[in-house]
Write a protein that binds this ligand. Sequence first.
Ligand code: BGP
Length: 466
Amino acid sequence: MAFPENFLWGAATSAYQVEGAWDEDGKGRSIWDNFVRIPGNTFEGTNGNVAADHYHRYKEDVALMAEMGLKSYRFSISWSRLLPNGRGEVNEKGVEFYSDLIDELLKHNIVPFVTLYHWDLPQALQDDVAGWESRVCVDAFAEYARLCFERFGTRVNHWITFNEPVIFEMFGYVTEAHPPAKNDPHLMYQVSHHVNLAHAKAVLEYRELGFQGEIGLTNVISPAYPYTDSAADREAAWWAESFTFHWFYDPILKGEYPAEYLAAIEEQFGKLDITANDLALLKQAKSDFIGINYYQPARIAAPEAESLCAVGRESNTGAAGNASFCGRYRTVLDTAQFEYTKWRWEICPDALRDCMHRIKDRYGEIPIYITENGLGDEDTVVDGVIFDETRINYISRHLSACKQAISEGIPLKGYYAWSWIDLLSWLNGYKKRYGFVYVVGSTLERKKKQSYFWYEQVIASNGESL
Ligand code: BGP
């Protein structure tokens, strides 16, 4: 049982959560820049104006990565930093920032793994064409993707088109917890289709330019388990699996929608606009890998009310939430039976191994990267030492699950802890920390946590010393 020689030991961030410099050097506004300004949307009104100030401190950050021995850094590009209006005029200062960051990484032999869309849609596109509700946005994304490939494609060989469509679509169009904060399930499914088309177009752009690197998409999986063995709970789990897993992965990995689920949606919410040309496009755009973000499984029980779509929202109170999603299913929280984080996300390493098997069983030998996995916590600082054993414990157990999965034949090529450095938690500000590197709130000074030293050893031993 061992990790392969060239395994990518990584850590991840995203632009809005880490960069800051929200209106500097010609950057346009994103939907998150505006959303956080509406009172009540985020914990204590926290925003990404400064975040971890990575925009100004990226050299120091990359030096810390190099010192640790990090093999790969996953980060995202802010679309509105490159194209302030979403399309058209290019902001060269924005291009320069990412170009310099990439060079800095390569100088230290750190592989850049780049996400094109980590939720920060240019506000201009939201205003002008209603964002993902419109097919114009699909073409705008293809234009943006092409720009990124042209400018960075000779230096970046790993591309993720979208991060977690399931979250930004469900939270943006049903639970109202993310921008544009609507509650319209039919629209959510239509948006979902547009995002899949945008992914497909970007994949084709990449191939057309002749690059030899790899391109795929990242989604989150919370594998569904029936809470009890009752027929009702097992059926509910089927619905949960159909929505949160098959609905989002089938079009990317099979080029089609799960027929039974699609029929059920259309019966309840009305026809979706999906043409034969669209389906041909999805079939054509083959992904080279699939990225999995994994945090927790879902314990599923039969619903209390009938509706196909999830409702309920993630907490933004700075404390644990009670997000209970009902629909044709609901998620169950059972603190007596299961283990949870402080934010009540269930800790279950074996479900990570299981979800890789579910991918393999359904889609075959597609290479997998774990593109996010980690623990949000309030870390304890004693005499300048940052103790985060709970994080070490969490990551260590999940890496053991990865090791086992590899020994069972799963083609896992890399693991990215979320996150490299403390950064903005979307709804819970800077209170919920995830990084190997601690950021002091008042000064933004960087300090190594205990987990930093631990991960350094893990990498040095290629996973032998978990
Ligand atoms: C994922 C996102 C990340 C990150 C993580 C932790 O869904 O891709 O961007 O934020 O979740 O979530 P949170 O910050 O809400 O604790």
